[in-house]
Write a protein that binds this ligand. Structure first.
Ligand code: ADE
Length: 259
């Protein structure tokens, strides 16, 4: 069935701002506090809602990470009953597997690198492998076709496809690095696999779109990831907006009979 309604889950309001503005979405009061939602339509036909976890009521910063992302997705799915969820956001990239700052990744597999449960029956649950929409390759083709024209001359980066691994830390322990290597991860974030798990239990299709703000596997002594992240956050959010608009066009044009 073609989709008529899309829920976009984005962890940080700064990541969501360009697409909220571009689509002229307006605040929706259907999500309980502290979650935030912005709703509207795309080209008059597709219902689009963006949900963000909102600020942590204790610490006042965006509630990044898996708990708030799962809850935002779960409540968002129950409230808006979307045909598909898109988890959009920023990520760190592995340059040894081809990632560069500004690239936009369509996720074909989600995993977890921070769950270590040395009990054999739990090993594959801990890794948490979840597949994305079966239409990912088609969306990659559509994005590649329009990307150079739509992104404008200033934006860097290319469209790529790969494995996203999720953990609740921006910084990495040595063990996290080993696990991410064992997955052959292209990109890492702090929400994707949790959104994928929530989509699985709610029988909702998922598309993952991540824009690279920082390089995870830099050589020692070069810029640390967190300053790179802050430096590249707004450019990455603009790239996400461009990618999301292309994907919404594909969904709106009913070019996929299912996602
Ligand atoms: N989001 C953007 N960059 C990230 C990184 N290096 N690790 C986790 N989440 C991120």
């Amino acid at each position: 069935m073609p989709v008529s309604s899309v829920l976009i889950v984005i962890a940080m309001e700064a990541e969501a701002a360009p697409i909220v503005e571009h689509l002229r979405l307006t605040p929706s009061d259907k999500m309980p506090s502290p979650f935030k939602a912005f709703a509207g339509t795309f080209q008059g036909a597709l219902n689009v809602t963006i949900v963000c976890p909102g600020p942590c009521p204790i610490h006042g910063v965006d509630a990044v990470g898996t708990e708030a992302a799962s809850l935002a997705t779960y409540i968002g799915v129950q409230t808006y009953e979307p045909g598909v969820v898109i988890n959009a956001g920023t990520c760190g990239g592995f340059q040894k597997r081809g990632a560069a700052i500004g690239d936009v990744y369509l996720v074909d597999e989600f995993r977890r690198h921070d769950r270590r449960i040395p009990i054999p029956a739990f090993a594959s649950y801990a890794d948490g492998s979840m597949e994305a929409s079966t239409q990912t390759a088609l969306l990659v083709d559509a994005l590649k076709e329009s990307w150079d024209v739509e992104k404008g001359p200033e934006a860097k980066g290319a469209v790529k496809q790969g494995l996203l691994t999720t953990g609740n830390s921006f910084a990495n322990t040595d063990r996290c690095v080993e696990v991410m290597e064992s997955f052959g991860a292209h990109v890492k974030d702090m929400e994707g696999q949790a959104v994928a798990w929530t989509c699985h239990i709610t029988h909702t299709k998922l598309i993952g779109i991540k824009s690279v703000t920082d390089i995870v596997d830099r050589e020692e002594g070069t810029a640390p990831g967190e300053s790179e992240f802050l430096e590249n956050l707004s450019a990455a959010a603009r790239s996400l907006k461009t990618a999301l608009v292309i994907v919404l066009k594909v969904l709106q044009a009913r070019e996929l009979d299912h996602v």
